[in-house]
Design a binder for this molecule. Structure first.
Ligand code: FES
Length: 115
């Protein structure tokens, strides 16, 4: 089944029902992730939040499947602020050396979410 969606202003016809993250990656749109290891996200970190349906809703790209008529934006000032806030909370809760996965801090640095 083909669904028609808009991703960052581009109209696309998509075969099947990929997740927003899978579609974004296939289209070259960067969506930051933290709990996505080897293509298996567990939907916990929420860093992959994107705006859907005109910006009125936010959805986790790794666990939300595209649907016909969906409008998706992967990078907006609102999303950037949301992601920075989430990273700050994650670091406050776990700390970079307090039980978190050893690669998490490095992944955050690569995402340019840390100074
Ligand atoms: S990558 Fe962690 S919630 Fe989507």
């Amino acid at each position: 089944m083909v669904v028609h969606i808009t991703l960052n202003g581009r109209d696309l016809a998509v075969d099947g029902a990929p997740t927003i993250l899978e579609l974004a990656r296939a289209q070259g749109a960067h969506v930051p992730t933290l709990c996505d290891y080897d293509g298996h996200a567990n939907g916990v970190c929420r860093l992959c939040m994107v705006e859907t349906d005109g910006g009125g809703r936010a959805a986790a790209a790794c666990t939300t499947r595209v649907r016909d008529g969906m409008t998706i934006r992967t990078d907006t000032p609102h999303l950037q602020g949301l992601r920075r806030g989430l990273v700050s909370l994650l670091l406050q809760e776990q700390g970079p050396h307090n039980g978190s996965h050893p690669g998490d801090l490095e992944r955050l640095r690569r995402l340019s979410l840390l100074d």
